[in-house]
Design a protein. Structure first.
Length: 393
């Protein structure tokens, strides 16, 4: 039997990056001691206030259908949060509640680009981006982020990639997998490209609360660009609740109407008890958020310091996010080989970045998603493995 062409379009090359993760999960389930540093899944407990409010809402039988775009108080709280952080007007009509950042990006691209269009994305990219763009029927056009530039964008290269078919420039800051945090000047220059070339600016800002090197700058903060800017974010990382699937899309009101029609066809409103729990996180500055930020900043510094001892490897200090990159090209192994052997010999599971784009080839993405003692143990094992490679060369 035949399947729809969609199945080929969503099978992006990034799926290869998960091979080590899948094998590690199999071994863990078989009883092996595996240190999992593959997925950006926070290991910390969520804020108590969020959990208690969600549980109370569930006990109050808030289990029916919710409004398609999300409850109005939730959308108003998100809009107030965006306006407060960016200094630009934002109202409930600019906000659509989405099933996490991933679901929000999928929905946004479905409404912004289609067959025959091109979407420019600086690469390396997060592994799902190719499939998301492919699902829309558009073509992904990548622009390299050079390790020598700290994986910061080359504005001239982005401009050179624009063609008459280009519809969207898609950025991500803090960046996954590299940890680069774009400067205000860089985001402003990309915004100006979108203004001058009549393009959409789509910004994935899920790690906005985990910027270390400099303050996060939202694309929504660009004055006069709100009619062509779409920002997607969530509480998944900042509040350690990825399982809530509570995200949002910020954009012009006209986009919200199109998203209503799309969500009506597929989701029919998010879980109401989860939205009630999330409202606490949106309306209050919970101390756990600041603690999570400090934890990831500290973990990144610890991991960077320890991995500098790995011979023939180069650690890339992150400017934000919850990952550390390790350049293993000097070992003579491809990153996929290094990751597979590291799992076999040391029981440490990390992602190799070859599936994220050629600019990250030869790098490993190490998630900071384990308590500090476990991270130290993982770093020691990585260094020991690298030293073994040197001894055997």
């Amino acid at each position: 039997m035949r399947f729809a062409p969609l199945v080929d379009r969503v099978a992006g090359r990034g799926s290869e990056a998960w091979a080590v993760h899948m094998e590690a999960a199999r071994r863990r389930d078989a009883g092996e001691d595996i240190i999992f540093l593959t997925v950006g899944d926070p290991d910390q407990a969520p804020p108590d206030a969020v959990i208690e409010t969600a549980v109370s809402a569930l006990r109050e039988h808030r289990t029916g259908y919710a409004p398609i775009l999300g409850y109005l108080p939730v959308r108003e709280a998100i809009a107030a949060r965006v306006a407060r952080r960016t200094g630009q007007p934002c109202r409930a009509e600019n906000i659509v509640v989405a099933p996490g950042t991933q679901g929000g990006l999928y929905c946004a691209i479905q409404c912004l680009a289609g067959a025959g269009d091109e979407v420019i994305v600086p690469e390396p990219i997060y592994a799902t981006y190719e499939g998301v763009i492919g699902a829309s029927g558009a073509a992904m056009v990548t622009v390299p982020l050079s390790p020598e530039r700290g994986f910061h964008p080359d504005i001239d290269a982005i401009a050179a990639a624009i063609t008459p078919r280009t519809r969207v420039i898609w950025i991500n800051s803090p960046h996954n997998p590299t940890g680069a945090v774009m400067t205000a000047a860089e985001i402003g220059a990309i915004g100006e490209l979108c203004r001058s070339r009549d393009l959409w600016l789509l910004s994935d800002e899920v790690y906005e609360d985990l910027a270390f090197a400099r303050p996060h700058v939202s694309a929504w903060s660009l004055a006069g660009l709100q009619d062509r800017t779409v920002v997607v974010s969530s509480l998944s990382k900042s509040h350690a609740i990825p399982g809530f699937r509570l995200g949002w899309i910020v954009g012009p009101p006209a986009l919200s109407q199109h998203l209503f029609n799309l969500l009506l066809s597929m989701l029919y409103g998010g879980p109401p008890f989860i939205q009630h729990g999330a409202l606490v996180a949106l309306e209050r500055d919970l101390p756990e958020v600041a603690a999570l930020h400090e934890a990831y900043r500290s973990r990144a510094a610890i991991m960077v310091g320890l991995l500098t001892e790995a011979p023939r490897c180069r650690v890339v200090p992150p400017e934000g996010g919850m990952f550390v990159l390790l350049d293993v090209r000097g070992t003579g192994l491809r990153s996929g080989e290094f990751a597979s052997l590291l799992l076999d010999r040391e029981g440490v599971a990390v992602l190799h970045c070859d599936g994220f784009g050629p600019s990250a080839a030869g790098h490993l993405r190490i998630a900071l998603s384990a308590p500090e003692p476990r991270l130290r143990q993982a770093a020691d094992r990585i260094v020991r493995f690298a030293r073994g490679l040197t001894a055997n060369s």
